[in-house]
Design a protein around this ligand. Sequence first.
Ligand code: CA
Length: 229
Amino acid sequence: MNQKTLVLVIEDEPSIANFISSVLNNHGYKIMSCRTGKEGLTMAASHCPGVILLDLGLPDMEGNEVIRILRERSNIPVIVISARTQETDKIAALDYGADDYITKPFGTGELMARIRTALRHTIHAGNAKSFQSGDFRIDFERHQVLVGEKNIHLTQIEYKIVALLAKNAGKVMTYDRIIKEIWGPYADNNNRILRVNMVNIRRKIEINPTEPKYIFTEIGIGYRMSDED
Ligand code: CA
């Protein structure tokens, strides 16, 4: 299925790099790896990998700087590998355009799920006319939101938030990124209005708003729309 997908691993800790390589090998991916940001950028440019796994703490440069440079040239999905002590860097990485993150230590199942999501996201990206996850559906042309057969009435702001998350389904959208997209680049960097809107959105679309099925909270980071079919 993913026989030919090339994964670039930029990680300087040999134990983690080896673990990732053996897992990916067993799942039929092709792997290239390196231990510095500079090598990583060169390899990304010359080999065009399907996904990049990027450690945030590299010997020669900040992982975030790698993302910033990468994003000037390409949309290759980037999954950040971070340590617990790098929470703030992780959020910055998502703001710079990383697609997802995985926190050390992580297991095989989690790693594979993140890679599948990132790849699916590349395939679905573009100008989709509708979005569907389970019973939840958005028709972007009609600005219509449905749960099952039920037409959901959202305010304009609520609709914009839901549509933004759906267009980036599977991907973590940081609070900051959502706020800038919805309220503009000079918006007050305060999550309160966003949180209030989210409470109302969930009340309208989720069967049980305290256990959401469609829009998940990434605590302290942002929101993620489910991309399960
Ligand atoms: Ca490191």
